[in-house]
Design a protein around this ligand. Sequence first.
Ligand code: FPP
Length: 244
Amino acid sequence: MRVPICFDKTMRELKHLAIILDGNGRWAKKRGLPRTMGHVQGAKNVEKVCRLCHAKGIKYLTVYAFSTENWKRPEDEVKAIMGLLNQYLDSCIKTSKKDNMRVRLLGDREGLKEILPKIEELEEISKDNDGLQLQIAVNYGSRNEITRAVKDIAKEVKEGTLEIETIDEDLISNHLDTAGIPNPDIMVRTSGELRLSNYLLWQLAYSEFYFTSCAWPDFDEEELDKVIASYENRDRRFGGIKEE
Ligand code: FPP
């Protein structure tokens, strides 16, 4: 039997865009600059792309800024990225009211002692903002996120506040860092690599993928329009089939 599914406009509306910000280092190297300059440019571009997404009616934007594996990078590079994040958080705190942007962190907060108070301040002051919903993944790894969720669920079972029989996909989703946030409609990775690098493995189960050779600092309105146009031409079947 064919499963009838709806292919109206609302199913193709791009509500949530997730991006792997890749290629900052190569962008800098190509210009004879230190890698950290690529991150400076990459951070500036996050601000620009937030404005573009808002202008184009994309409600949720999730960016992968620093993975659980990125701590392996040289200390000065890690410091530079954390410094940029710190500056970005300061600027978001200052402009939170005016920008009406809600900002949330995805990632393991345990390893983020230095910037955590600022992140939590921004989450608190922006929690009622209903403009762009920005998620920044920092010290994030999907396997780490799922492991933390499993531990939380196990703890609730052990304490007797949760019955094993009530564990379902919604309950698991609600224990992830993205609880309450719709799954991404499309995941974009810049700079030519064709892999997920431990990004939103659960949440991207039915998302569309878009890979571009464009380095993150060069990702502009024209590139975003290409993503939107590509998304509008995809047939999302969510495991069903299209009615002829
Ligand atoms: C990947 O490029 C980029 C990162 C690991 C860091 C991304 C961080 C920022 C853009 C700065 C802060 C972010 C915000 C949200 C303000 P790469 O260094 O792996 O590039 P490569 O593959 O060319 O070496």
